[in-house]
Write a protein that binds this ligand. Structure first.
Ligand code: C6P
Length: 392
């Protein structure tokens, strides 16, 4: 049975070109770039090339820093905890000592739970509520800013519903108030144009495996002059900010994927969107009692989150899986939780209906034939599950 992958917000297939380059750096080019011998020195120009490509993808000027991390989880934890540490009541805090943070109720758990942890150890956190489409406005941020606000952390695109938030206006409000701004751009990069300079943010996180790079590698953009405390202490890698031997194959793979993602942005906006819309329109027009979650317009081009009334999401996933179709009910890292999605509940969707939602996420490797196949099997699957739920 052919398998169809529609869970690209969880992770994407590594692009063949990225996989080929990584293979080289796993086998023949294995020198440690921190070493001074030929094996180590050989990797340096290739690393530089990969970093240049990553800088270009996120619109970072050479004067700014990009810390290579193990992914967005680390990048999000690093920046939020770093700002908290820099504001501790210590000699090193240099009189900063602000203790208020602003985020939203739809952030990925890597941000949301980090703030919950900081609350446990003394921080004050405002969780801005989104509207029924999953949007947050700059006005909400402005109203929540105080002279004690140390950091605002708001995602650029949501992983469950794809909603794109007005980051430029939010960052401008923070800039005017002199407050640091971080964005988790993990779900935006490779799907829509992202330019750290235009967004005018201080910190920005991302993960390579969301744009057809390898897993376990990503980055944290740090605007020039912005403070960052090391999360890991040890070696001198990454200007003493992130100790540990560099993941050379990962960085090389991320570099190739970054170049391709930049080249293919237009394809995402046109073809990927066309296929997503084809699936969405079919469902809306042919299957009764369905509810689209998130904002129809302000949304990443690949994401479709939809609830099928009287059709349990988990059951639907299993039935689809039986037919070779991989989708998800939401965030992959919360898929073991029996709780309904925090993000969907934040939209005001009732608990019962939020259990009936499914996330279909496409990529540039999704084909028309695959979407046609999904369209051909979905109505019967939904009908069967609804009959079971009605006890027929
Ligand atoms: N979201 C999803 O199914 P890592 O695991 O470190 O590469 O990325 C974490 C992460 C951070 N921010 C956002 C917005 C994300 O979407 C993710 C990963 C996956 O939605 C897995 S939970």
């Amino acid at each position: 049975m052919k398998r169809i992958y529609l869970d690209n917000n969880a992770t994407t297939m590594v692009s063949p070109a990225a996989a080929r380059e990584m293979e080289k750096f796993n086998t023949t080019h294995y020198g440690n770039p921190s070493s001074l011998h030929g094996f180590g020195l050989d990797t340096r120009p290739e690393l530089r090339k990969a970093l240049d490509r990553i800088y270009r993808l996120i619109g970072a000027p050479d004067s700014d820093d990009v810390l290579i991390t193990s992914g967005a989880t680390e990048a999000n934890n690093h920046v939020i905890k770093s700002v908290f540490m820099a504001n501790l009541d210590t000699e090193a805090s240099r009189g900063a000592r602000k203790n208020h943070y602003i985020t939203t109720n739809i952030e990925h758990p890597t941000v949301y739970k980090t703030f919950q942890y900081l609350e446990e150890i003394g921080a004050r956190v405002t969780y801005l509520p989104c509207d029924k489409n999953g949007l947050i406005s700059a006005e909400q941020v402005k109203a929540a800013l105080t002279d004690q606000t140390a950091l605002v952390s708001i995602m650029l695109a949501n992983n469950e519903i794809g909603t794109i938030l007005p980051l430029q206006e939010i960052a401008a409000a923070c800039r005017r108030a002199g407050v640091l701004m971080h964005t988790d751009a993990t779900q935006a990069i490779g799907k829509i144009p992202v330019n750290a300079q235009d967004l005018d943010v201080d910190y920005l996180s991302f993960s390579a495996h969301k744009f057809h790079g390898p897993k376990g590698v990503g980055g944290l953009y740090v605007r020039r002059g912005r403070r960052l405390e090391p999360l890991f202490h040890g070696g001198e890698q990454m200007a003493n900010l992130r100790a540990g031997t560099l993941n050379v194959p990962g960085i090389i793979g991320m570099g190739v994927a970054a170049q391709e993602a930049l080249d293919d942005l237009n394809y995402e906006a046109t073809e990927v969107k066309r296929l997503r819309d084809k699936l969405e329109n079919f469902i809306l027009q042919n299957i009764p009692d369905v509810f689209l979650n998130g904002d129809k317009q302000k949304r990443t081009p690949n994401t479709l989150n939809i609830a099928f009334k009287d059709c349990e999401g988990e059951a639907l996933l299993w039935d689809l899986n039986e037919r070779g179709i991989a989708a998800s009910t939401g965030s992959a890292c919360a898929s073991e939780e029996l709780e309904s999605s925090r993000v969907l509940r934040a939209l005001g969707i009732d608990k019962a209906l939020s259990h009936m939602a499914v996330r279909f996420s496409l990529s540039r490797f999704t084909t028309e034939k695959e979407i046609d196949y999904v369209i051909s099997v979905l109505p019967a699957v939904i009908k069967r599950l609804r009959e079971i739920s009605e006890g027929k």
